[in-house]
Design a protein around this ligand. Sequence first.
Ligand code: 13P
Length: 256
Amino acid sequence: MNRLSIVAANWKMNGSLALVNSMVSELNNVTLNENVEVVVCPSFPYLAAFSLASDNVNLSKAFSLGAQNLNEFANGAFTGEVSTSMLQEVGASYVIVGHSERRSIYNESSVLVAHKVKAALSAGLKPILCIGESEDERVAEQTEVVLAAQLQPVIDEIGIENFKNVVIAYEPVWAIGTGKTASPEMAQATHQFIREFIAKVDENVAVKLPLLYGGSVNATNCEELFAQADIDGGLIGGASLKAEEFKIICSAAKGK
Ligand SMILES: O=C(CO)COP(=O)(O)O
């Protein structure tokens, strides 16, 4: 089938220059399976340093750099914000959009998320679009409704054909940073729903779409999660800050 698997590290507001340098040299020793890409998303101040350190060791092209957020406007009076061209200039090729922490703490709506996805694509950055339900929503059996409501504004904004440059990360909010991973079967069922939701609009796009799982992925559970038919890698938080553990997770991914 030839579908790319991706392991993306979301450092969130963690890390340091020392971690950037040690991670780059550790990643230089990882052997990846075919059709696997690794994306490291440190905080804004470390992007340029990560690029430089990767160039210095000539890190394989399978390793890319991503940002954790972007502003939807090209430039202007937006104090504290970062534009797509700035991200590109420092070497980012991916950007996380719509993480549940941004949706809940910074009130980012699905419409704003859609605008950010569009801005990323227009600048040639690949968005890693995060979607996921809260624990209450799952208990109320609203998971599929919530996911559909998060996806539809993006489909409306960019058009389904542009999903060929999008990565989706399914991150159940109740599994983020809690140690409560969705079981591989539960995660697979939800990934299958997401792929079928996209397939209803465009089957060719759906077949090729990398669908990552996120939420307490670690060195112990990654293999079983990544073996699921519709799970094409992961978006890793806490475990991506520990080089030894992250390397195991990277090596567990296989292109489908
Ligand atoms: O939010 C996440 C990645 O974006 C997941 O975080 P954890 O892996 O720490 O649960």
